[in-house]
Ligand binder design. Structure first.
Ligand code: NAI
Length: 336
């Protein structure tokens, strides 16, 4: 099948080409550097399938362009699908497939890396020591053992985070509409969001972005959290109201913030903008805080995860070509 691969980076080519070769090289992958938008969707002309990533915008206008071009499958290289207008896809007869689980540990371990780095101020210590500053003032951390960690969303990634934090001797509180008995057996206690926010020393977000979770962490939530709380978001940027969080950092309500995702990351992340002036004032303000650590949506970025993403994506495309059904379709039944 001819596949138009949007937002293609060198690492996407490397892993997708390998997975395609392992499957007999049956698909013709056309790599496009462009991010998918209504303006660039036309580049899919001639392709039967489109392959897209997290900041590609598969809104109604993009999908209508695909339908005109004869695209029948949108194969996402991601678990999340909040960037796709599913109702429009259903209406236009475009199947949407995704990679539901590629390496929950990749994201969970990056979450742990952020927690440990922020707590022990590794990001500051690294810079200080290189400058010949060996003073410890300002680098005071706390023992994780015995602390309370609140995990919002205990699906694949949240469950992996909860297991890691249990191993570190933390008390783990969780909130999820579907509690996981296996986690409860490990001592994880499910509770309401309000109680979780009030009790946790560290709050880490692992729910998907939906209309219900958009700005879940708003000014009210910031006010309910323990003063000086550590907040980590490796899920989707818009789960956090960034302005409310900035106010929380300024007042001291939030003591430490780790972000791998950002509401408006589409204009920033995955690109080298080091020669440019950042136009996003909210993001620029975030960068000024010494107690904020930001990574550019790299939590998924491990060899294992990229291999699994590529293999599942190729399997989705192959199955769709052979049977008309992808292996991991995003259900649009509820939209009927
Ligand atoms: P999953 O579908 O296995 O788990 C999501 C969990 O959230 C489910 O248990 C669900 O019941 C729960 N949930 C739904 N609504 C909720 C609410 N209102 N409050 C609390 N929990 C709620 O998804 P998975 O694989 O664990 O991924 C979670 C999210 O992580 C994805 O939606 C994606 O946005 C993000 N992600 C980020 C990556 C990164 O590189 N930073 C990479 C992969 C995923």
């Amino acid at each position: 099948m001819q596949v138009a691969v949007f937002s293609a980076k060198p690492y996407d080519r490397q892993f997708l080409d390998a997975a395609n070769a392992a499957a007999g090289g049956r698909h013709r992958l056309a790599y496009l550097e462009a991010r998918l938008s209504p303006e660039t969707a036309v580049l899919a002309r001639g392709a039967g399938a489109v392959c897209a990533f997290v900041n590609d915008l598969a809104d109604a206008a993009s999908l209508e362009e695909f339908a005109r071009a004869g695209v029948r499958l949108l194969a996402l290289r991601s678990a999340g699908f909040n960037n796709v207008d599913l109702a429009a896809a259903r209406r236009l007869g475009i199947t949407v497939a995704r990679v539901p689980a590629y390496s929950p540990e990749a994201v969970a371990e990056h979450t742990l890396a952020m927690i440990l780095s922020l707590n022990r101020r590794i990001h500051r210590a690294y810079a200080r020591v290189r400058e010949g500053n060996f003073a410890l003032d300002g680098l005071l951390g706390f023992d994780l053992k015995g602390r309370t960690v609140g995990v919002v969303g205990t699906g694949r990634i949240g469950a992996a985070v909860a297991r890691i934090m249990v191993c570190l001797g933390c008390r783990v509180l969780a909130h999820d509409p579907r509690p996981d008995p296996a986690l409860e057996a490990l001592g994880v206690s499910y509770t309401t969001v309000s109680e979780l926010l009030a009790a946790a020393d560290i709050v880490t977000l692992h729910c998907p972005l939906t209309p219900q979770t958009r700005h879940l962490i708003d000014a009210g939530a910031v006010a309910r959290m323990k003063r000086g709380v550590m907040l980590i978001n490796t899920s989707r940027g818009a789960i956090v109201d960034t302005r409310a969080v900035i106010d929380g950092l300024k007042s001291g309500a939030i003591g430490l913030l780790g972000l791998d995702v950002y509401e408006e990351e589409g204009d920033l992340f995955f690109e080298d903008l080091s020669e440019q002036v950042i136009q996003d004032d909210v993001f620029a303000r975030l960068l000024t805080f010494p107690n904020v650590l930001i990574t550019a949506h790299q939590a998924f970025f491990t060899e294992e995860a990229l291999t699994a993403i590529a293999e599942t994506t190729i399997a989705n495309i192959t199955a769709f070509e052979e049977t008309g059904r992808a292996v991991h379709e995003v259900s649009t039944e509820k939209l009927a």
